[in-house]
Design a protein around this ligand. Sequence first.
Ligand code: IPM
Ligand code: MN
Length: 378
Amino acid sequence: MAEPRRIALMPGDGIGQEVMAAAAEVLQALDKLTPLGLSWDWLEWPSTDWHRRHGEMMPADAMAQVQAYDALLMGALGDPGPLSDANRYCLPDSVSLSPLLQFRKGLGLWACERPARLLPGAPQYLADARAAEVDMLVIRENSEGEYVNQGGRLHRGSADEVATQLEVFTRRATERLIRHAFVRARERLEARGRGAETRHFHCADKGRAGAQVCLITKRNAQPYWGDMYTEVFAEIAAEFPEIGVHHELVDAACMKFVQCPWTFDVVVASNLHGDILTDLAAVLSGGLGLAPSCNINPDSRAMPALFEPTHGSAPDIAGQGLANPAAMLLTTALMLDWVGCAQAAERLRQAVAKDLATAAGQRRTCRDVTAGVIAALH
Ligand code: IPM
Ligand code: MN
């Protein structure tokens, strides 16, 4: 018998608690159907509650502890407490969200993947009927760029104050990111080839292609990194002649995400551009309640990967059982893929889709959706 893969369940704050309970129930149901070969531990950290009790979001040796796991499944972080409570335990974002960035950086999880596919039955916010075809994968640089957290403030609070915020882009991180985007595009092309219908994307240089990578930059205003990204993109694109290529500036990309989102396939973007575009992509796929996300090191399984939905802790609805666990469940499917349970992952994705299609338009609680998905697994 192979050693079971080890998963850490980290519910975190706010609706993280509710959606993680849903994920655990669904994992148990899947395991009953076909043993997954997984073992999972519940961790109370990182969380604002842990901070309340211990003065920090997670134990000092947390980074060492998590290395015992193959995957970290996280709910959400950030808990401002009830607004009515004058003494509420309210941490600044820079504290409560720091474990997320620490895990991404400290575990070398340099790619953030956020698939956005509009499932039948999900809210469609765009009027154009073709918006139902949205099926894109945004790959976000996750280790550097605008998130290096270097800079400072000079003459703080005075009229002469100066704030600097450094952005760092390395060729090494750019190459691995863009190559990974093309690898994913090739996988999508192969999967489409096996399916009945094939999508086609218009490409300036290749006419039509069955899969495409779109590079996002802001090179008209930020030419240094924009040009380096564009050059690396051209070099790597040459290794993938079957994949179409496309370029957009980030502002125009925002417009086209709304105007013609079905023309995007794999999208590759810097850390900050990817962050912004993936909230937009989440809406295109029915909202944050349906948007999964993962942080991985595609080159190495030595470190645990981190799986957390794109949504936050939603303090306005936390504790009421109203959160939609679908994003968490689709994130759990990404995790199952990562730990080698591809069949269970696909089964879970289909169950979420089936449940959504059946219940289209109804207002449902976290419990309703969880029960519906479990029923649809069978
Ligand atoms: C996300 C979030 C984080 C990010 C925040 C919470 C730091 O918005 O995962 O998209 O900016 O990466
Ligand atoms: Mn974000």
